[in-house]
Design a protein around this ligand. Structure first.
Ligand code: MN
Ligand code: MN
Ligand code: ZN
Length: 264
């Protein structure tokens, strides 16, 4: 199985390999820069990163975009900065030889306006990398039909990331009705579009629309929910990235061990 976590690259891009291996993972997600800042530094040690990416058994590595980006915004300045930031993310991905850039769709009170703004924005970006559109707990990205509207109207290569916490909080019952949820995803989007899973338990209940991650098994999805989820034949081969809390109870290492222990 491919299981990993969102890890730091504070000591440079190549440090992702040691960081993820030290906690027992074999795939990883990173921020290419501080996710709460618009600033980018020049990409350092790209060659070393590419070399190690070829050699090491760590794959895929995914770049997660900045929290500040909102491609659905009608605010001109915010949108301009968001576009500049997205172009930088894709540029960084290409320099590093990373295939996937994971993004949140964006937010706008008017879903239709927001969706069209996202589509226009993404069609104004050129890249060889893959865009991964992540579903959200509430707002524009919380329904499969809306994600499809985006993926079927953009020209860059794209797939979808399903975040288990977001999916559950959005109202899709992956605990008691996983087969139905996957059938629904398949008929709307096509299962082949599912490229990545963010594996997080949810602090809040089904349909709460609240995005609060919990340790695996300690939230409303629960240990049996995850056992069922990760062993589902349609999901077994999809890489899984943890974005669980790091606190006194557990870090990523413990959550990775727990997930591995659930594999049947
Ligand atoms: Mn995310
Ligand atoms: Mn996520
Ligand atoms: Zn989340």
């Amino acid at each position: 199985m491919r299981i990993g976590a969102h890890v730091s690259i504070a000591r440079g891009f190549p440090s992702v390999f040691d960081n993820i291996k030290s906690i027992g993972g074999n795939c990883a997600q990173i921020f290419s820069h501080s996710p709460r800042s618009w600033k980018f530094k020049d990409v350092q040690k790209a060659e070393e990163f590419r070399e190690r990416y070829k050699k090491e058994d760590v794959s895929p590595i995914v770049i997660h975009n900045s929290y500040l980006v909102n491609l659905a915004s009608l605010d001109k300045e915010l949108h301009r900065k968001s576009m500049e930031n997205m172009r930088k993310e894709f540029e960084t991905a290409e320099i590093l030889g990373v295939n996937y850039v994971n993004i949140h769709p964006g937010s706008n009170k008017d879903v239709k306006i927001g969706l069209n703004r996202i589509v226009e924005s993404l069609n104004d970006i050129e890249t060889k990398a893959y865009l991964l559109l992540e579903n959200t707990a509430s707002g524009i990205g919380s329904e499969f039909e809306r994600l499809r509207y985006i993926t079927e109207n953009i020209t860059i290569k794209c797939g979808v990331t399903l975040d288990t916490c977001h999916t559950y909080a959005a109202g899709y019952d992956i605990v008691s009705n996983l087969d139905n949820v996957l059938d629904e995803f398949d008929s709307i989007m096509g299962l082949e579009k599912l490229k990545l899973i963010h594996l997080n338990d949810s602090k809040f209940e089904l349909g709460s629309k609240r995005d609060r991650h919990e340790h695996i098994g300690l939230g409303k999805i629960g240990m049996e929910g995850f056992r069922n989820f990760i062993n589902h034949p349609k999901l077994r081969d999809i890489p899984e990235i943890l974005e669980t809390p790091v606190d006194k109870r557990r870090g990523f290492k413990e959550n990775i061990e727990i997930v591995k222990g659930l594999v049947e």
